[in-house]
Design a protein around this ligand. Structure first.
Ligand code: X2X
Length: 340
């Protein structure tokens, strides 16, 4: 009797099972189009917000067919931000919104942006990224197996320390400065007479807290959100010594599996999220400064003469790094800035 009942219901059950398999299959299909996005900073910072904005725009416009999932804090590379580009190239990471600094060990051309005092202001940054130099940089990224899509901006990097005001190179003498794990920074801070120590962002705040290092350099937005003032960094100098652009990019194989429509969607939303984040970051700059000063941090600007002393002190860095970056790229950048 029981057996008969079971048998008589069997077709219905089968049909049901088939339907759920189709349903599960459909949702797996959607999940298969979830792409990972790596970032170093979370959405408490403009950088992470750029990636989240990208994800939101893609979700909205794809009707949920394509999903970007943001993994902040360099977690996909176990905190080692200088491995992000390699991980994206090898396919461990699908997409990233990354800093030119962190990718420069694999793409030497990206050291362009870290050349001290190359870009005096935001117009110069836009002239470089939006012109011939920017095109050559994107070509260099593409030639190394990653598809560049759009620019963003971490911002002009300012020096902070716990010891006193820095307004001449001599003030950096002997100071232990945390720098990112990119060799050019070692050269810049050595040229300035400081004692640079390379470490990841994850290790930076603990090192500042214990006094293992005296200073660090990062955009005001990072100083503000990460509350670097709370770890003894009482002095900031706005020397605008370099700007740290962000790049939205994709692994080449993943890119190749996307339809033309999906590629267009990813590219357009990256451009939109990048433009949105760049203008937000720039607009917030004066509020950031005010917030930091309100917490008792001394913020120093340099006179033209003081600025020039830093430029001269770092000339050896230009000589060493221009050939590694490529004379053509540096010349394209300098021409674009001079034409302003
Ligand atoms: O490590 C840093 O200083 C940071 C967060 O700015 C970068 O990833 C370049």
């Amino acid at each position: 009797m029981q057996l008969t009942r079971f048998s008589s219901r069997a077709p219905a059950r089968l049909a049901l099972t088939f339907a759920s398999v189709v349903l599960i299959g459909a949702s797996f299909g959607a999940q298969a189009r979830e792409l990972s996005v790596s970032t170093v900073l979370s959405d408490a910072f403009p950088w992470g917000q750029a990636a989240q904005k990208w994800a939101d725009l893609v979700e909205e416009r794809s009707g949920g067919d394509l999903t970007l999932r943001v993994y902040p804090n360099s977690q996909l590379v176990n905190g080692d931000q200088t491995r992000e580009f390699s991980a994206m190239r090898s396919g461990l990471i699908d997409l990233a919104v990354g800093s030119t600094i962190n990718w420069s060990p694999q793409v030497p051309e990206l050291n362009l942006f870290s050349l001290p005092f190359l870009m005096p202001d935001e117009d110069a940054v836009d002239a470089v990224t939006g012109g011939e130099a920017g095109r050559l940089i994107f070509e260099a990224i593409e030639s190394r197996g990653v598809v560049p899509l759009a620019w963003g901006e971490n911002g002009f990097r300012q020096i902070s320390n716990s010891q006193g005001v820095i307004d001449e190179p001599a003030d950096l003498e002997g100071l232990k400065i945390r720098v990112v794990g990119s060799p050019l920074f070692q050269d810049t801070f050595t040229a300035l007479g400081a004692n640079p120590t390379q470490m990841s962002w994850a290790d930076a705040k603990p090192a500042l807290t214990t006094g293992a290092v005296d200073g660090q350099e990062n955009p005001l937005s990072v100083f503000d959100v990460a509350r670097i003032d709370q770890v003894g960094q009482a002095y900031v100098t706005q020397w605008n010594y370099m700007n740290d652009p962000l790049i939205f990019a994709a692994n080449q194989q993943v890119w190749g599996t996307l339809s033309e429509q999906e590629q267009t969607l990813l590219r357009e939303t990256a451009l939109e999220a990048g433009a949105w984040e760049i203008s937000m970051t720039r607009e917030q700059e004066s509020e950031r400064q005010a917030a930091i000063e309100e917490r008792g941090v001394t913020v120093t600007d340099l006179s033209e003469e003081q600025h020039q002393a830093f430029v001269e002190a770092t000339e050896s860095v230009q000589e060493k790094w221009v050939p590694r970056i490529g004379e053509d790229i540096v010349e394209a950048a300098r021409n674009a800035i001079e034409a302003l």
